[in-house]
Write a protein that binds this ligand. Structure first.
Ligand code: ZN
Length: 419
């Protein structure tokens, strides 16, 4: 008998989308077709898409060091509820993940919780200070494939060149928080009409564009695989498109909040609209949506950034940057970009798994592949009102979204189901 049958969904296979039942046994997809017989558990997927579980390239789990915001347990639960079967844990924890044993700690804690694969990313520089190279070799041996000082850009071009050369030899990916520290230091939001009206210091779009342009020159020099985190500007999208056109090994992500909101939403200074890089103009937002639709932007990545209420419920200028997003990212993708089933799974699962080098995730459904799956209803309207994350700093609460995760399956085990 099969362990699980997902019945009557529109399934993304290597031949395209087909109406099929998916049978799972011992953690792998064991049968595809109709009349698969009985199973211990059944999920009704009529009207839903069935495809590879989502893979996030940008999750802040806050463990070790800031567990009052989130920990690997609560963050894993939020990820499962959002349809994720693998998430990349950002290394800007306390202490930062700059050595092998710290990366192993994060991966082990994820394995103990066991409801999503927690893949540690490692720092580019020691302590994220931007001067000395992190223990890249140790991190690599611990399974790290993505390196980033996320939260800060590596400002020193000679340091970045050195780590790029080192990581290029290993075959890893350098992931950059592409915001110039000097141009962004004094600002709280996008520099434009709204910041002028509010009398608030702004961050110009050029803060992103300058870092991306400089880094692309270093990618040409070093040949390293390079990933732009949380693209926020029209100019950034154009630079990534041109680099791809020129054949450079470049990929990019966009967050759900940059797809959905603009600096106009900052007008009443709700700190749930404060993030880095900031929400920008409608022209930028449209470029990001178009980039995700066309594939210039490879992946939706959450930049899930939990903060406690007592930290966020302060004057806008004093609030920390970031919002949570794991539980609604896929819903925001279908609400804003209206992707078809193929491009949806390409951006949510297939491309991010390829970027992080995980062949056990992000595979089109086929007999013999790991049963890391999601059931997603793209036309279901719903309004989220609560969170599974330990934190509640989410702009989406109370907003109607179209598209909802119905169930998540990790190696054949149901880790989330809407009943
Ligand atoms: Zn960042």
């Amino acid at each position: 008998m099969l362990d699980l049958i997902i019945r009557s969904g529109l399934v993304l296979t290597s031949d395209g989308a087909e109406s099929l039942d998916v049978g799972v046994k011992d953690g792998v997809v064991a049968a595809l077709g109709s009349d698969l017989g009985d199973a211990r558990t059944t999920i009704d997927a009529a009207g839903s898409w069935v495809g590879p579980g989502f893979v996030d390239l940008h999750t802040h789990l806050r463990e070790p060091g800031q567990e009052w915001k989130e920990d690997i347990g609560s963050g894993s639960a939020a990820a499962a509820a959002g349809g994720y079967t693998a998430i990349t844990a950002m290394p800007n924890t306390d202490p930062p993940i700059d050595t092998g044993h710290l990366a192993r700690f994060v991966a082990d804690r994820g394995r103990d919780v066991g409801i999503v694969d927690v893949i540690p990313a490692g720092c580019l520089t020691m302590g994220r200070k931007g001067s000395a190279m992190a223990h890249i070799d140790e991190l690599w041996d611990a399974g790290v494939r993505m390196f980033t000082d996320d939260g800060d850009a590596v400002a020193d071009a000679s340091v970045l060149r050195l780590v790029m050369e080192y990581i290029a030899q290993l075959g890893g990916v350098v992931s950059q928080h592409a915001v110039d520290p000097a141009l962004s230091r004094a600002g709280y939001m996008h520099e434009g009409a709204v910041s002028s009206r509010l009398g608030m210091y702004g961050i110009p779009s050029e803060a992103d564009d300058i870092v991306i342009a400089r880094d692309l020159a270093l990618v040409e020099l070093t040949g390293v695989r390079y990933h732009v985190q949380h693209l926020s500007t029209f100019g950034g999208v154009a630079k990534v498109a041109a680099a791809k056109e020129a054949g450079l090994p470049v990929s990019a992500e966009v967050t759900p909040h940059h797809l959905m909101y603009t600096h106009d939403d900052v007008a009443d200074t709700d700190s749930n609209f404060k993030m880095m890089p900031p929400l920008r103009t409608e022209r930028d937002r449209v470029a990001l949506v178009d980039g995700l639709s066309s594939g210039v932007i490879d992946a939706l990545a959450t930049d899930h950034a939990p903060h406690a209420a007592l930290e966020k419920e302060v004057p806008f200028e004093d609030a920390p940057n970031g919002v949570i997003g794991l539980e609604w990212a896929a819903s925001v993708a279908t609400t804003t970009a209206g992707l078809d089933i193929g491009s949806f799974f390409e951006r949510m699962s297939i491309s991010p798994a390829r970027i992080i080098g995980r062949s056990d995730h992000g595979q089109r459904v086929a007999e013999g592949c790991a049963a890391n799956l999601v059931v997603f209803r793209d036309d279901e309207a719903w309004t989220p009102t609560s969170t599974i994350s330990r934190s509640r700093n989410a702009p989406y609460l109370g907003s109607e979204l179209t598209g909802r995760v119905r169930a998540t399956i990790l190696r054949g085990e149901v880790t989330w189901e809407v009943t």
